[in-house]
Design a protein around this ligand. Structure first.
Ligand code: PMT
Length: 400
């Protein structure tokens, strides 16, 4: 229930993506939001108001002159009683009117009369989107503080391919959830690692571990929600990239090391969530090793660089945060790692709590002692960790 108690006024304009707005209402309501829908006349040609009424459980507004509204002022009520006005899909026509303060129907009047933030999810043909007039309008809206979500690239209803597809409803919900989070990392840069690494033995075999990447991806999402510019260097995982996060895929620890070190100096924060292999085979065979090659197979391992320790040893290091997964003696081992790597904060978790699952139990260790977080979904814990990181950063590091 990420949107519990939030009041969303959803504006729907005329475009084929209007059918996806029905799914959007379903998802918003499912996350606990109370949703009221205002449709343009054009939108009613694509989806009926009855659909939105059934899904939102509220009356749907289509007309500025609706006599059913007590004081005849739906445009005032719909904005005063909302925490956000979300317009999805937002047509080129709507964006143009919103940018120029035109108030010619209920939705545009409501847009002008609102006293809540406006988020728009554009949806149109690629040429309409790239037209200088639309781009000017979007720039004006951004300058006015409007949040522009997307658009995405891909196949369009007209058969063409390019920019202009409305974001998927689940992506819009993710953006809306982020919108409501506090922004203590605004203007800050966060570099992170996540997932396992895979150290090749031969072309088809290697040494890996059971990290799913879920904890790291949750931390990346929480950091981005908090306003940071986030780069996530991740080992082989099959998770969708959190919205707005720059993802760099790597396989082995040496690649992760190289990708981190080339970016590390420009960062405010570095968070190592990855379960990096401490060792790799000294040489990886370029051919598949045959079982009949020898009765015993000995693979010599050499140490991988310690990415976190090396970032922490830079002349002007970012604020460095580590993770430690242990099977026991968590406090002792986590503190030992914190001291060895010379980092201000390490996050301890038990292997049996952390690896693979959707929930975790974390203990934060820093100079002030230890602080236990109540077991919770990884995203909820990640948000608490990011709040702690932001507070530490505020007291120790000026922005880059
Ligand atoms: O991915 P999930 O399934 O959600 O699981 C999450 C997790 C359990 C993997 C995660 O929460 C976690 O604890 N990650 C750290 C695992 C660990 O014990 O790492 P470590 O003790 O080997 O390393 C300590 C710290 O140094 C870590 O921040 C690690 O990223 C970093 N390190 C380690 C070795 C190395 N060569 N380079 C590093 O940067």
């Amino acid at each position: 229930m990420e949107l519990e108690g939030k009041r969303v006024t959803l504006g729907v304009t005329g475009g084929i993506a209007a059918y996806k707005a029905a799914e959007l209402v379903r998802l918003l309501v499912g996350q606990g939001a109370s949703v009221r829908v205002a449709m343009t006349e054009a939108a009613t040609h694509f989806v009926t108001p009855t659909t939105f009424q059934a899904l939102s459980g509220n009356p749907v507004f289509t007309d500025l002159w609706d006599t059913g509204v007590a004081n005849g002022m739906a445009h005032i009520g719909l904005s005063r009683e909302a925490d956000v006005l979300l317009v999805a899909p937002a047509s080129a026509d709507y964006l143009a009117k919103a940018a120029h303060g035109v108030a010619s129907d209920l939705l545009t009047t409501l847009t002008l009369a609102r006293d809540c933030p406006l988020l728009v999810a554009p949806s149109m043909n690629r040429q309409m989107w790239s037209h200088p007039a639309t781009q000017r309008n979007v720039a004006t809206l951004i300058g006015d503080g409007v949040g522009v979500l997307g658009p995405a690239q891909g196949g369009q209803a007209c058969g063409e391919t390019g920019d202009g597809r409305m974001l998927e409803p689940a992506e819009i919900v993710e953006e809306l959830v982020a919108h409501f989070q506090p922004k203590p990392l605004k203007g800050r840069k966060v570099l992170m690692t996540a997932g396992p690494t895979f150290e090749a033995i031969d072309p088809v075999r290697g040494i890996a571990n059971l990290s799913s990447g879920k904890m790291g991806f949750a931390v990346a999402r929480a950091a981005r929600e908090a306003g940071a510019e986030v780069t996530l260097v991740c080992g082989p995982v099959s998770l969708p990239t959190p919205r707005g996060v720059t993802r760099v895929d790597v396989t082995a620890a040496l690649e992760m090391y190289a990708q981190v070190m080339r970016r590390a100096t420009a960062q405010d924060v570095f968070i190592g969530v990855a379960a990096v292999a401490d060792y790799r085979p000294q040489t990886a065979s370029d051919r598949k090793i045959k079982k009949d090659a020898a009765p015993r197979l000995v693979i010599e391992l050499v140490e991988n660089p310690d990415i976190l320790a090396e970032v922490a040893a830079l002349p002007r290091p970012p604020l460095c945060v580590g993770f430690a997964a242990e099977t026991g003696n968590l406090a002792e081992y986590a503190e030992k790692k914190r001291r060895a790597k010379k980092i201000p904060l390490i996050v301890g978790n038990l292997v049996q709590d952390g690896f693979g699952g959707d929930t975790n139990a974390l203990i934060l260790f820093d100079d002030g002692g230890q602080h236990t977080l109540t077991p919770a979904p990884k995203l909820a814990l990640a948000r608490q960790l990011i709040a702690r990181v932001a507070a530490l950063l505020e007291s120790t590091h000026a922005p880059h």
